[in-house]
Design a protein around this ligand. Structure first.
Ligand code: ADP
Ligand code: MG
Length: 243
């Protein structure tokens, strides 16, 4: 039985800017099951980051619902929301927000520390996940000693280490070279599938869609198209290569 890990119902987020109203997210509904890796694509300004911030419980929607593991974010008090975010959600945003005075491995373990799981098993798991992302010789380096791409991979490891029900990544390959980007997204996909997590990745690089199970396309805040079959998804992933 595959259960719904994340459900979005009639979600709306509007901003007022200089007297005008911007519908950053305009009545969007979808579900993501455990074990499913989904890409969220669309042009700049289409509402992808706003959507991800709402799913991460970092931003409150104007209306509509978000359910994580069946729990409605809006029905919780802030204390429970913080606990849910810490335990059930892993996220990495465009700015990776690594803690500058902690090493790569310590940054990853920080998520375990927050959940009271910093022990020997956690230490081995953090080393393993960093190695799978190609950072086995960088465990003890500080963020400033790492390239942008390496920092981004540390942030991805941190989003996955506590095995959250829902993993959210905003442009995780933005500062990686092509070969590394493919490797990281492939590893990301494998970790989501192996551990039966629900993954959502925002990307502007359609080639990365070859590793996902479904593609949600946004435009002007709306969900305009869903690519579901392997053929549709591969067609989209190859489109960019042709041009
Ligand atoms: P994307 O990530 O797809 O590029 P965003 O979610 O960042 O898009 O933005 C969607 C729209 O909402 C854009 O028009 C953007 O300018 C607007 N927007 C995002 N955040 C804010 C905010 N805090 N205040 C006003 N407008 C915002
Ligand atoms: Mg964005």
């Amino acid at each position: 039985m595959s259960n719904v890990a994340l459900e979005v119902k009639d979600l709306v987020k509007s901003f007022s800017l200089d007297g005008a109203t911007i519908h950053a997210v305009d009545n969007v509904s979808f579900q993501v099951k455990s074990g499913e890796f989904v890409a969220l694509v669309g042009p700049s300004g289409s509402g992808k980051t706003t959507m991800l911030s709402i799913l991460a419980a970092l931003l409150a929607p104007t209306s509509g619902q978000v359910l994580i593991d069946g729990q409605d974010l809006a029905q919780m008090d802030e204390k429970r929301r913080v606990k849910l975010r810490r335990e059930k959600i892993g996220f990495t945003f465009q700015s990776n927000n690594l803690i500058p005075f902690l090493t790569a491995q310590e940054n990853v373990e920080f998520m375990l520390r927050l959940n009271g799981q910093a022990n020997k098993a956690g230490r081995m798991r953090s080393a393993e996940i960093l190695a799978r992302l190609g950072l086995n010789d960088r465990l003890h380096n500080l963020p400033a000693q790492l390239s942008g791409g390496q920092q981004q991979r540390v942030a991805i490891a941190r989003a996955l280490i506590h095995n959250p029900a829902v993993v959210l990544a905003d442009e995780p390959t933005a500062s990686l070279d092509t070969e590394r980007a493919f490797q990281v997204v492939e590893t990301f996909a494998r970790l989501v599938h192996e551990n039966n997590r629900a993954g959502i990745m925002v990307t502007h690089d359609l080639r990365m869609c070859q590793y996902v199970d479904r593609v949600l396309q946004m435009q002007d805040g709306k969900l305009v198209r869903v690519y579901e079959t392997k053929d549709e998804i591969m067609g989209l992933a190859m489109e960019t290569v042709k041009h």
